[in-house]
Design a protein around this ligand. Sequence first.
Ligand code: AMP
Length: 394
Amino acid sequence: MNYAKKSIEDIGTAGKKVLVRCDFNVPQDENGEITADTRIVGALPTIKYLADKGAKIILCSHLGRPKGKVDPKYSLKPVAERLSALLGKTVALAADVVGEDAKAKAAALKDGDIMLLENVRFHAEEEKNDPAFAKELASLAEIYVNDAFGTAHRAHASTAGVADYLPAVCGFLIQKEIGIMGKALEDPKRPFVAVLGGAKVSDKIGVIKNLILKCDTIIIGGAMAYTFKKAAGRNIGTSRFEEDKLDYAREVMVRAVGMGVGFMLPIDHVCADHFGEDATPVPCKHIAEGMMGLDIGPKTVEKYSAALKNAGTVVWNGPMGVFEIPAFAEGTKAIAKAIAESDAVSIIGGGDSAAAVEQLGFADKMTHISTGGGASLEFLEGLELPGIACLLDK
Ligand code: AMP
């Protein structure tokens, strides 16, 4: 994939109608109140830049899963209100997406004005990337800006389809994602260390396949480690593992040796006799019968931290243990700390690892925390992301 894409800085937007695909898929409570506005705040630099340039800004996004039908529960009204408050100016919400109200409001925009379309997923055509719908959406504007990294791995009408009808560039959020992650994959500062954890090897097969070609060291934690341990002939007690991935795990380890890539597995563990909040953590070197590994142990933390200390680039995806339960969160915390303290270019792939880093207060110590879970995984797999591939090359 070509990561050198044009951005809003490479195209004249003054006086132009600009359709900006944002990721306003914010968490809400049962009353519809926004519980975290990180995604809205994250979109502000692109919106403010365009407003300062005198563009006529038409924002669009999805929210939740209305399944192609108008459902007031998924209205972007709370987002329009929060945006208005954050920007200190009114962001008018259209009553529809490509209907009369959206068209009238878009036509009436003055330079620097900002409006928001209703939830694009109120139309089933959005997720089907229906060309007629994409064309209609595109007809509202003269330029398309994609700034929603979280949906960039989806070929939907508002994330990719509209680019067939409009000159398409990225906003600052996507520019940062592809700038930092693209560089890590193409020309990383070495040693390049990948830390992979989480529940399943099967979720990370593509990432392992790609990163083994690029990294100097791969560090494994989480339940994933036990599939590798078992494949290496170790006793893993009742730890979670994937029987049907044992051959793959063996193959990866052989390939790593052949390619001179360091492949690190836990050398000690924090176990318990069952999985749960009430489980008693038992540190151990070898997992006894009837016990399951739920976190990496202190010796492993030491070993992994030493590898991270000297890293030039670190990519982290997936927790080292069952970090939701405090007794089994120490490994994940320690790895977050080691990455935060290293001088490496540190990239946190979205999802659980991003949440862990934020919860622990290390967010500002990382070079980049990706805003997309699925999208950042696919990016690390080296796959072409439709929402990025559709943008103009530099
Ligand atoms: P993922 O969605 O693949 O990033 O996996 C995250 C999940 O993996 C979290 O809910 C963790 O609790 C879980 N997990 C991590 N380590 C273990 C382990 N050793 N045993 C069982 N589950 C684990």
